[in-house]
Design a protein around this ligand. Structure first.
Ligand code: SAH
Length: 325
């Protein structure tokens, strides 16, 4: 048993069962603080790690929106949970070419990943929470960030907890589950509030569903496979599907404008990812097969294309980003 699991069990023995929210928060804080979980040698692979095209499309969308908003010089690039900083590096390369010269602000709690991000994006400023961001127009992106924030689960109105039974961790009670994520709603609300006040646009990309009420979506991933949620706490990635109805509600409550929710396949297609793949293949004919495989993984329904969704929140004074209508 790891020292982390030992401490978690001691805490439950001393104080009683902990909520699913407290469990997820403690496990993920430990998990992300102690490793780089991304890529083939890690536990899971995200879109920016599959191909540079993903970050480039996001950079193009943000730069275009910024240009149409009059190219405000004080606008900053912001990313929530930037992983290895790959998306930021790819997006910023495109944005710099479009004339964007603003600062880079990264919201990240993991010291290990901050180090990777520092190497990928020179001169980046770091923050612990969205609430710490400056009062400036933002060009913000968050890929697979909301899914990692803790959720609450309720069974018949009773909050579900993690307890110790028969010498192991167990859920109590079992039954039909309703999920809520106050942490996610706080993050979205804080972003939207700033967009309304200072201008800007935010892109949220994640797996999830359009309507609330999908039951139990809490999952654990380790070594590129699903694993039991209560196995090896702190050693596997805990996420849940994002309830985009709740995202829309939190954002709209601030007066921010919200685009329709669309699939990653549809959004990347409208932004011209196929043309980008063709151009990359022409420049690198020896990598044409890899580029085609990456395009397939990002956009087809049997890979990430349909499960992953994209939504934008923007200041009512800014234009909506491209690709949503
Ligand atoms: N966006 C990246 C990484 C996704 S993994 C990519 O697409 O590759 C989730 C990221 O969110 C990690 O960088 C993790 O450290 C960060 N993270 C998780 N919980 C967080 C929190 N509460 N506050 C800030 N960052 C968090």
């Amino acid at each position: 048993m790891t020292p982390f699991e030992r401490a978690l069990r001691d805490r439950i023995s001393a104080d009683g069962p902990i909520t699913v929210e407290a469990y997820m928060e403690a496990c993920n804080a430990h998990y992300y603080a102690t490793r780089d979980p991304l890529g083939a040698s890690g536990d899971f692979t995200t879109a920016p790690e599959i191909s540079q095209m993903f970050g480039e499309m996001i950079g193009a969308a943000l730069a275009d929106c910024w240009t149409r908003a009059g190219a405000p010089a004080d606008a900053v690039y912001v990313e929530l949970g930037p992983g290895r900083g790959t998306l930021a590096a790819d997006a910023l390369r495109v944005m710099r070419q479009a004339g964007f010269a603003g600062e880079v602000h990264l919201v990240e709690t993991s010291p290990v990943l901050r180090e990777a991000q520092q190497r990928a994006v020179l001169g980046a400023h770091f923050h612990e929470f969205v609430g710490d961001l400056l009062a400036k127009p933002m060009l913000l992106v968050a890929n697979e960030f909301l899914d990692a924030l803790p959720i609450r689960q309720h069974v018949n109105g009773v909050e579900r907890r993690v307890t110790i039974a028969a010498g192991g961790l167990a859920f109590d009670p079992d039954g039909e589950i309703v999920e809520l994520s106050p942490a996610r709603e706080r993050a979205v609300h804080a972003v939207a509030e700033r967009l309304v006040k200072n201008g800007g646009v935010a892109l949220f990309i994640d797996y999830g569903h359009e309507g609330s009420g999908r039951g139990d979506t809490l999952q654990a991933v380790r070594d590129h496979r699903f694993a039991p949620v209560l196995a090896d706490p702190g050693e596997q990635d805990l996420t849940s599907h994002v309830d985009f109805e709740a995202v829309v509600r939190s954002a709209s409550a601030t007066g921010a404008a919200v685009t329709p929710l669309i699939s990653q396949r549809e959004w990347l297609g409208r932004l011209g990812i196929e043309a980008r793949a063709a151009a990359l293949s022409r420049f690198n004919p020896e990598h044409a097969n890899e580029i085609q495989a990456a395009l397939h993984r990002l956009t087809t329904g049997d890979a990430m294309g349909e499960l992953f969704k994209v939504i934008a929140i923007h200041s009512p004074e800014w234009p909506a980003p491209a690709g949503f209508e």
